[in-house]
Ligand binder design. Structure first.
Ligand code: DQQ
Length: 546
């Protein structure tokens, strides 16, 4: 095993070496899931961007394939940047992506499978018509990138795509183009949307969600499902300014190709985030087999560039997540690891009804704890708590707090993962309740990476935000632990947090997991707690003899 080999993950997608960033053009074709990604073939830092390519039968086990596209034309010689796939009704695949030209101008490009009969889609043909779009008048030459999956506008049955940009006043915005053949495009007069002060919108995503639960479970919607009763549309943007992915739920008006958020106070770019940790440049696709919408996101490193060069790689993809509207709250999405992740579960242990009194740390004997899937539901005995001073909800902020080490009346409590025996290293995943003057509770969900490693060349933070909790619900969390990543989903995926950890002691067999309650005045019961050791996924190299 090489330098820092224990930081490599076992069931998160990553290339064998070097730098990876955005997921690109995910799609399903002839029995295979395809994932493309921004990849530097030469180093563990960003540059020389190509499209890496891998295929899977189940979104978990992967076979690496040769590069799908490399910079080899004047229009993409400075990088084959991010793009999206569209599956046409006749099964044809259209790939739209951004190229950085020899002059560093951002242009949009078209590629199609060179051999549509090949389920692995090994070879890609860049269109003779490239570039199919250049920055329109008034748009900055380097503010025009990342075309979306196309959708059919129901009013005239022609295709639309949207592309992120910003205006000179620093408003983020999404341009809309109309096309019938993916070669010729018309820029439409209205923007899909614009939000002041948000800056460049990278990697815009736009898709419908169902607002109703259906018998047999909720399902995802194909990208061209038109607006109408029971359908809302999500806009997601990746803000270059703060490197986070923001979304909002709203209504798509197909008449003029505009979108309006349900609640302007939480408009896209200023409201909800997919993930409150490190998660960027994400993209969804519709999986026709699972009838679900699946989300991939780039998980950024929080170690130094020097460390990345030493370890020889940088960047992970999140576990693929299904995305649904939360029909219970009606105001947020739910993200959850695709069900196939559960096939990696091996030995499971249950610890039901464990009491976690104030000030305690409870070790959980699970054997190896560097690859885990954890599901926990907590009962908070509010009757046991002394009323405590009435703290307003304003009085807690995960990022500004002392994290798991801080002590409040009703929090923090939760789990410590990637911890060593002596707790000198730990990532805390926790809840923190605040009671306001009217006796109403607000729940925060946080992840504390401040003590995630003894190493000090790291960006260590407490991440988190509010999580909606409805009457009668327990507090619940799902946590995926995978060597150097902790991916957490609270209340069925209403609020998600992904953080990186680079433990020096809590590695391989030395990693442990604990329950903790650092609240001063509330008893917690882990009502149900299941912990599975996770198998490693097969993520195999492309056979060099082929
Ligand atoms: N990464 C790509 C761009 C995109 C950015 C370049 C987002 O297309 O805007 O690697 O991380």
């Amino acid at each position: 095993k090489g330098m820092l080999a224990w930081q490599r993950t076992a069931f998160h997608f990553q290339p064998q070496k070097n730098w990876m960033n955005d997921p690109n053009g995910p799609l399903y074709y002839k029995g295979w899931y395809h994932l493309f990604y921004q990849w530097n073939p030469d180093a563990a830092v960003w540059g020389n961007i190509t499209w890496g390519h891998a295929v899977s039968r189940d979104l978990i086990h992967w076979l690496h394939l040769p590069l799908a596209m490399v910079p080899d034309h004047w229009y993409d010689i400075n990088g084959v940047w991010t793009g999206s796939a569209t599956t046409l009704p006749d099964g044809r695949i259209v790939m739209l992506y951004t190229g950085a030209t020899e002059e560093m101008v951002q242009v949009q490009l078209l590629a199609e499978p060179a051999d549509p009969s090949d389920p692995l889609l090994l070879r890609w043909a860049k269109s003779e018509a490239n570039p199919i779009l250049v920055p329109p008048p008034g748009v900055g030459l380097s503010d025009f990138r990342d075309p979306t999956t196309a959708w059919l506008n129901p009013t005239d049955s022609t295709w639309r795509i949207t592309i992120g940009s910003k205006n000179p006043e620093h408003a983020g915005l999404a341009l809309v183009y109309k096309t019938t053949d993916f070669v010729h495009y018309d820029l439409l007069p209205s923007l899909l949307h614009l939000v002041h002060g948000t800056g460049m919108w990278e990697c815009v995503d736009f898709y419908p969600v169902s607002t109703t639960s259906r018998p047999g479970g909720e399902i995802g919607l194909e990208t061209s499902v038109p607006p109408g009763p029971g359908v809302k549309h999500v806009v997601k943007v990746s803000l270059d300014d703060d490197r986070n992915d923001y979304y909002a739920i709203g209504t798509y008006d197909a008449k003029d190709d505009t979108w309006t958020p349900d609640d302007a106070a939480i408009d896209v770019g200023i409201g909800l985030r997919y993930d409150y940790g490190r998660f960027y440049a994400s993209k969804t696709f519709y999986d026709p087999v699972g009838r679900r919408r699946v989300l991939w996101g780039w998980i950024v490193e929080t170690d130094s560039e020097r460390a990345d060069i030493l370890k020889g790689w940088a960047g992970l993809q999140s576990v693929p997540r299904t995305v649904l509207m939360d029909t219970k709250t009606g105001s947020n999405l739910l993200q959850w690891p695709v069900v196939e992740v559960e096939n990696l579960r091996m030995r499971g242990k249950s610890f039901d009804g464990l009491a976690v009194p104030p000030g305690s740390v409870v070790p959980l004997d699970v054997g190896k704890a560097s690859q885990l899937d954890i599901e926990a539901a907590f009962q908070v005995h509010l009757d046991s708590s002394v009323a405590g001073g009435a703290e307003g909800a304003e009085s807690y902020n995960c990022s500004a707090s002392a994290g798991a080490a801080g002590r409040g009346v009703l929090g923090p409590f939760g789990l410590l993962v990637l911890a060593d025996e002596g707790l000198s290293e730990q990532t805390a995943v926790y809840f923190y309740l605040v009671k306001d003057a009217n006796g109403k509770f607000t729940t925060f969900f946080c992840q504390d990476a401040l003590r995630s490693s003894k190493a000090n060349d790291l960006d260590k933070k407490v991440y988190g935000s509010l999580v909606p909790v409805l009457d009668g619900e327990n507090l619940s969390v799902r946590i995926l632990v995978d060597h150097s990543i902790v991916e957490s989903f609270a209340q069925g995926g209403r609020t998600c947090i992904t953080s990186r950890a680079y433990p020096t002691k809590a590695i391989y067999d030395s990693a442990r997991v604990f329950l903790f309650n650092n609240a001063t005045n509330v008893n917690i019961t882990a009502k149900s707690l299941k912990i599975w050791e996770m198998n490693s996924a097969y993520i195999r190299p492309y056979p060099s003899s082929v």
